[in-house]
Design a protein around this ligand. Structure first.
Ligand SMILES: [Zn+2]
Ligand SMILES: [Zn+2]
Length: 93
């Protein structure tokens, strides 16, 4: 599955997510702050396995990548909160 690589890297806690929905699920609202939760403690997030992080200046292999399912509309809404890989700009599939 190509979507298993980290495409939405959390700049705050350096966790790796294959989807924005997974990224969002580890960001909790506490008062007016959004804080990171450990992905292992979030029910909606599951470990997809070890894959690669494509978001940094250099590719990282063998990192834990997390994921879950969400609608496309919800993913778009969340898109501004995650850092996406530069190589993904303008590419669909
Ligand atoms: Zn985080
Ligand atoms: Zn990453």
């Amino acid at each position: 599955m190509p979507t298993m690589n980290c495409r939405f890297h959390c700049c705050a806690c350096d966790a790796h997510f294959a989807s924005l929905s997974a990224f969002d699920a580890h960001r909790r609202s506490e008062d007016d702050e959004r804080v990171c939760a450990d992905p292992e403690t979030v029910d909606k997030i599951k470990l997809l396995g070890e894959a690669s992080c494509l978001t940094g200046p250099t590719r990282l292999d063998g990192v834990k990548v997390w994921g879950l399912q969400l609608t496309e509309a919800a993913e778009r809404r969340l898109a501004s909160m995650a850092r996406a890989p530069a190589t993904a700009a303008g590419s669909a599939d």
